[in-house]
Ligand binder design. Structure first.
Ligand code: PLP
Length: 413
């Protein structure tokens, strides 16, 4: 996966760290080996380039820059202003929305990006309509254990028995709950999300009632697919779009919040001083490098391969007789429902880790086990496609997973 230059960089990192702390250098090396020696099928992970890592590890970490470009609360910010502006311009270019959207590149993570959006558009106690964690949404989409669920009144639209979003339920819940914000987006949903359809459902409701409803897309998972044009874009139909830069975008770890230009001020003040202090300018540099990488034609090919590999691997599970949630996939991930196999997601996850395959357990629609144990596993093809896995490689891994599940089933009998 790593070129010679990348490997030189990685060893220079550990050498430099070792000069201060051999213990930390040894742990970093161990993690490098773990990453090298295991197959990674975690749908939310990826392998960044050494350039992204180097920018993230740069001297920009030394600079405080509370505030926004041109309006900082610290002096000496002219260079980081240049960086932040460059980063903003590149991400707007990546999504082709320089004329219509503003982007705030300061959110430290996807969760922070979501809170900038909530802080900008909501007040405490407001009602929000989203997909629940159990059905594939994220913790920050109103889970009672997350501040989103504590600060706002989240209600949820449902998926059907097979796991598909029920768009009619969005229309019904709008009328039942009169939310101020609708959130579309998920952490474990393997099908296309029809943002345009949700937009027209909202428009119909607002024309009928005169109520104002904001529409937010959290494309943390599918952002790369949107860039490559293999998933419909939420831009143009959503007021605010949040994402993480470290999943399918393969970039530095962090978040971005895009909003229609008219909401630029609201979003900026929600990031600072609303929810964060000083921006991480070294991470903003890493995000800028990621944006430049996403603009290269190879990136589109990479994402097309991620999706093609995912379909092939998912089909292999179906051929082997597994129950796949929704019966397939349109994106970079799919869920296997292990209920008919009578093994838990947790047991399979642990057994696979022993065999060098790393993936997540996951709830399935109508989950009967606890969220800790779960009845499913989530499989993603983005990280290993980065490392050059072909469709045949993913088929081989599918059979390794099948062997592990069969062994666990045999132990249960
Ligand atoms: N939104 C979605 C849909 C996610 O899947 C995730 C992370 O998995 C997040 C937000 C939060 O991102 P982070 O872990 O960077 O806070």
């Amino acid at each position: 996966m790593y070129s010679k230059t990348d490997l030189n960089y990685l060893s220079s990192v550990t050498e430099t760290v070792a000069a201060s702390s051999p213990e930390v250098a040894a742990i970093i090396n161990k993690e490098l080996e773990r990453q090298r020696d295991n197959v990674c099928l975690i749908a939310s992970e990826n392998f960044t380039s050494a350039a992204v890592m180097a920018a993230t590890g740069s001297c920009l970490t030394n600079k405080y820059s509370e505030g926004m470009v041109g309006k900082r609360y610290y002096s000496g910010c002219s260079v980081v202003d240049e960086m932040e502006l460059f980063c903003r311009e590149k991400w707007l270019e990546v999504f082709g929305v320089s004329e219509t959207y503003h982007v705030n590149v300061q959110p430290h993570s996807g969760s922070q990006a979501n809170f900038t959006a909530y802080t900008a558009f909501l007040t405490k106690g407001d009602t929000v309509l989203s997909m629940s964690l159990a059905n594939g949404g994220h913790l920050t989409h109103g889970s009672p254990v997350n501040n989103s669920g504590k600060l706002y009144n989240f209600v949820h639209y449902e998926v059907d028995e097979e796991g598909f979003i029920q768009y009619d339920d969005i229309a019904a819940k709008l009328r039942e709950h009169n939310p101020k914000l609708v959130v579309a987006g998920a952490s474990s949903y393997s099908r296309i999300i029809d943002f345009a359809r949700i937009r027209s459902i909202i428009d119909e409701y607002t024309a009928e009632t005169g109520n104002t409803v904001f529409f937010m897309a959290d494309i943390a998972h599918i952002a790369g697919l949107v860039v490559a044009g293999v998933h419909p874009t939420p831009f143009g139909v959503c007021d605010v779009v949040t994402l993480t830069t470290h999943k399918t975008l393969r970039g530095a770890r962090g978040g971005l919040t895009f909003a229609k230009k008219e909401y630029a001020k609201k979003i900026d003040s929600a990031a600072f001083p609303g929810t964060q202090g000083g921006p991480l300018q070294h991470v903003i540099a890493g995000k800028a490098v990621s944006a430049v990488e996403c603009l290269k034609p190879e990136y589109k090919t990479y994402i097309e391969n991620v999706v093609a590999n995912c379909k092939v691997m998912c089909d292999e599970f179906i051929k082997m007789g597994y129950k796949v949630v929704t019966g397939g996939t349109d994106n970079h991930l799919f869920l296997v429902d292990l209920t008919p196999n009578n093994v838990s997601g947790l047991a399979v996850q642990n057994e696979l880790e022993r065999r060098g395959i790393i993936l997540n357990r996951n709830c399935v629609p109508g989950e009967k086990r606890s969220a800790y144990e779960t009845s499913g596993i989530r499989i993603g093809t983005a990280p290993e496609t980065t490392r050059g896995f072909t469709a045949e490689d993913f088929v081989k891994v599918a059979h390794r997973i099948d062997e592990a599940i069969k062994d666990l089933m045999a132990q249960n009998n």
